[in-house]
Design a binder for this molecule. Structure first.
Ligand SMILES: [Cu+2]
Length: 123
Protein backbone atom coordinates (compact mmCIF):
# COMPACT_ATOMS: atom_id res chain seq x y z
CA UNK A 1 0.00 0.00 0.00
CA UNK A 2 1.27 3.39 -0.86
CA UNK A 3 0.13 6.19 1.25
CA UNK A 4 0.45 9.58 -0.15
CA UNK A 5 0.68 12.42 2.23
CA UNK A 6 -0.75 15.43 0.63
CA UNK A 7 0.04 18.62 2.35
CA UNK A 8 -1.99 21.57 1.44
CA UNK A 9 -0.25 24.76 2.34
CA UNK A 10 -3.05 26.91 3.53
CA UNK A 11 -2.56 30.34 2.12
CA UNK A 12 -2.30 32.77 4.98
CA UNK A 13 -5.40 34.87 5.19
CA UNK A 14 -3.55 38.12 5.20
CA UNK A 15 -6.07 40.42 3.74
CA UNK A 16 -9.31 40.06 5.63
CA UNK A 17 -10.44 43.61 5.21
CA UNK A 18 -7.75 45.10 3.05
CA UNK A 19 -8.54 48.76 2.89
CA UNK A 20 -9.39 50.12 6.30
CA UNK A 21 -9.91 53.53 4.72
CA UNK A 22 -9.76 56.03 7.53
CA UNK A 23 -11.87 54.44 10.22
CA UNK A 24 -9.78 53.48 13.15
CA UNK A 25 -7.25 51.40 11.24
CA UNK A 26 -3.98 51.92 12.99
CA UNK A 27 -5.31 54.19 15.68
CA UNK A 28 -3.37 54.09 18.92
CA UNK A 29 -6.54 54.64 20.92
CA UNK A 30 -10.15 55.72 20.69
CA UNK A 31 -11.81 58.66 22.40
CA UNK A 32 -15.58 58.93 22.64
CA UNK A 33 -16.79 62.51 22.20
CA UNK A 34 -20.35 63.60 22.84
CA UNK A 35 -22.07 66.56 21.21
CA UNK A 36 -25.31 68.12 22.41
CA UNK A 37 -26.87 71.55 21.85
CA UNK A 38 -24.43 73.25 22.49
CA UNK A 39 -21.42 71.68 24.09
CA UNK A 40 -19.01 68.81 23.83
CA UNK A 41 -18.42 66.13 26.43
CA UNK A 42 -15.74 63.52 26.81
CA UNK A 43 -12.76 65.76 26.12
CA UNK A 44 -12.12 66.78 29.73
CA UNK A 45 -8.81 65.39 30.78
CA UNK A 46 -7.83 64.29 27.30
CA UNK A 47 -4.19 64.90 26.43
CA UNK A 48 -2.29 63.64 23.43
CA UNK A 49 1.22 62.46 22.77
CA UNK A 50 3.02 63.86 19.75
CA UNK A 51 2.91 61.38 16.90
CA UNK A 52 0.01 59.29 18.11
CA UNK A 53 -3.05 58.50 16.06
CA UNK A 54 -6.31 59.01 17.89
CA UNK A 55 -9.69 57.85 16.71
CA UNK A 56 -12.32 60.39 17.73
CA UNK A 57 -15.82 58.93 17.76
CA UNK A 58 -18.46 61.66 17.79
CA UNK A 59 -21.95 60.85 18.97
CA UNK A 60 -24.58 63.53 18.54
CA UNK A 61 -27.19 63.33 21.28
CA UNK A 62 -28.54 66.80 20.56
CA UNK A 63 -31.17 67.85 18.05
CA UNK A 64 -29.05 69.97 15.68
CA UNK A 65 -26.26 68.79 13.40
CA UNK A 66 -22.79 68.97 14.95
CA UNK A 67 -19.17 68.59 13.89
CA UNK A 68 -15.85 68.00 15.58
CA UNK A 69 -12.99 69.88 13.96
CA UNK A 70 -9.43 69.85 15.28
CA UNK A 71 -6.73 72.48 14.76
CA UNK A 72 -3.12 72.21 15.86
CA UNK A 73 -1.05 74.77 17.78
CA UNK A 74 -0.38 76.67 14.55
CA UNK A 75 -4.08 76.90 13.80
CA UNK A 76 -3.73 74.42 10.96
CA UNK A 77 -6.66 72.07 10.41
CA UNK A 78 -5.75 68.53 11.44
CA UNK A 79 -9.04 66.97 10.40
CA UNK A 80 -12.63 66.63 11.39
CA UNK A 81 -15.71 64.58 11.93
CA UNK A 82 -18.01 66.34 9.49
CA UNK A 83 -21.68 67.21 9.96
CA UNK A 84 -23.29 64.53 12.07
CA UNK A 85 -27.06 64.41 12.40
CA UNK A 86 -28.97 64.05 15.64
CA UNK A 87 -28.70 60.53 16.98
CA UNK A 88 -25.83 59.59 14.68
CA UNK A 89 -22.24 58.58 15.33
CA UNK A 90 -19.31 59.31 13.04
CA UNK A 91 -15.58 59.01 13.50
CA UNK A 92 -12.20 60.06 12.22
CA UNK A 93 -8.65 59.03 12.98
CA UNK A 94 -6.29 61.98 13.33
CA UNK A 95 -2.54 62.05 13.75
CA UNK A 96 -1.46 64.48 16.46
CA UNK A 97 1.87 65.20 14.84
CA UNK A 98 3.19 68.17 16.75
CA UNK A 99 3.18 69.12 20.43
CA UNK A 100 1.28 72.17 21.58
CA UNK A 101 -2.20 73.34 22.44
CA UNK A 102 -4.81 72.04 20.03
CA UNK A 103 -8.27 73.50 19.61
CA UNK A 104 -11.49 71.73 18.72
CA UNK A 105 -14.70 73.37 17.58
CA UNK A 106 -18.06 72.62 16.07
CA UNK A 107 -18.06 74.38 12.72
CA UNK A 108 -21.83 74.34 12.25
CA UNK A 109 -23.44 77.76 12.14
CA UNK A 110 -22.76 79.72 15.35
CA UNK A 111 -22.16 76.68 17.53
CA UNK A 112 -18.60 77.67 18.40
CA UNK A 113 -19.86 81.00 19.76
CA UNK A 114 -22.50 79.11 21.73
CA UNK A 115 -19.78 77.20 23.51
CA UNK A 116 -18.91 74.23 21.34
CA UNK A 117 -15.16 74.67 21.57
CA UNK A 118 -12.30 73.61 23.76
CA UNK A 119 -8.61 72.80 23.87
CA UNK A 120 -6.32 69.92 24.71
CA UNK A 121 -2.56 69.62 24.93
CA UNK A 122 -0.21 67.36 23.01
CA UNK A 123 3.23 66.77 24.49
CU1 LIG B 1 -22.61 72.02 16.85
Amino acid sequence: MNSHLLRWAAAPTLALAAAGACSGAGADRTVAVGAVDYRFSGMDGFAGRAGERVEFVLTNTGSADHEFEVFDADGKAVGEVGPTSAGKTKKVTLKLAKPGTYRFVCGVSDHEARGMTGTFTVT
